[in-house]
Design a protein around this ligand. Structure first.
Ligand code: CAA
Ligand code: NAP
Length: 240
């Protein structure tokens, strides 16, 4: 049976690597994105994976997009809540907009996307949801109260929803990546990033495929006993 996987933020960065890894494992993949049409077109041309544009921070848009994807590809077996943004600033400079956009895009998105698919997964007796958190949700980070709050909450969301799916074949897990070489990290000023990388025991940034490997593991059919867990993939930056 061909499983259907929806990957938000699937057209570049970590999400692109996840979409490719799942496609290569035989999933029918739908990649979501928020605004960069040119990148999405390049992605689809290069990979053959269809891309849909909608705002993961908007509940109705998520419901509409999932409806269209499911009509075209079939019911969603796998959901990877990966889309995210940063709006870094210290508290005294952070605006309410910086706070709200990050909470809506990184956290409310998990509700907006899970809510339309969860009932179907439960009634079909199979589902896999993976939420992408962050080392900075686990450890905190200077200049990221908005992002750390959203990512930290993802871990609570994961553990609560996992309990609701456990008896119905639906697992819900999180991955907490460390610093991965994507556009998001490339925006960090070099003098700041150098200091961060110097504190990563493995001695380098991670690569998207190193996160995708964890997602493929968690969504596999034979991963049904893993639920409510957080897999940290961070080069040893934060251990507990
Ligand atoms: N701890 C303590 N002090 C710190 C600090 C830290 N981690 N980082 C900076 N400071 C200090 C600086 O030394 C500086 O002190 P002085 O004024 O005494 O020199 C002061 O704070 C101001 O620092 P900046 O000049 O950097 O301040 P700014 O207002 O220009 O920028 C900032 C603030 C936007 C938060 C900037 O520091 C920054 O971009 N930091 C990176 C934050 C980060 O790691 N973001 C991750 C993005 S990627 C991501 O989030 C993916 C993921 O999940 C891992
Ligand atoms: P990225 O390279 O900036 O890519 C972000 C993706 O999310 C893009 O496809 C983007 O679409 C999409 N997106 C952003 N806002 C959206 C919205 N409102 N609606 C729909 N899609 C939206 O980011 P990344 O580094 O790959 O990060 C992916 C995830 O991993 C994020 O949740 C991030 O917080 C998390 N993470 C990243 C790191 C890291 O070091 N990179 C570490 C830990 C966790 P467009 O292309 O259209 O903008």
């Amino acid at each position: 049976m061909t499983r259907v996987a929806i990957v938000t933020g699937g057209t570049r960065g970590i999400g692109e690597a996840i979409a490719l890894a799942l496609r290569d494992k035989g999933y029918k993949v739908a990649a979501g994105y928020g605004g960069d049409d040119e990148r999405a077109q390049e992605f689809t041309a290069a990979t053959g994976i269809p891309a849909w544009k909608w705002n993961v921070g908007d509940h109705d848009s998520c419901r509409d997009a999932i409806g269209k994807i499911e009509k075209e590809l079939g019911p969603a077996d796998v959901l990877v809540n990966n889309a995210g943004i940063t709006r870094d600033a210290t508290m005294h400079k952070m605006t309410y907009t910086d706070w709200a956009e990050v909470i809506e895009t990184n956290l409310s998105s998990c509700f907006n996307m899970s809510s339309p698919v969860f009932g179907g997964m439960r009634s079909r007796g199979f589902g896999r949801i993976v939420n992408i958190g962050s080392v900075n949700g686990q450890a905190g980070q200077y200049g990221q109260v908005n992002y750390a709050a959203a990512k930290s909450a993802i871990h609570g969301f994961t553990k609560a929803l996992a309990q609701e799916g456990a008896g119905k074949g639906v697992t819900v897990n999180a991955i907490a990546p460390g610093y991965i070489d994507t556009d998001m990290v490339r925006k960090v000023p070099a003098h700041v990033l150098d200091k961060i990388v110097a504190r990563i025991p493995v001695g380098r940034l991670g690569q998207g495929h190193e996160i995708a490997r964890g997602v493929a593991f968690l969504v596999a059919d034979d991963a049904g006993f893993i639920t409510g867990s957080t897999l940290s993939i961070n080069g040893g930056q934060h251990m507990y």
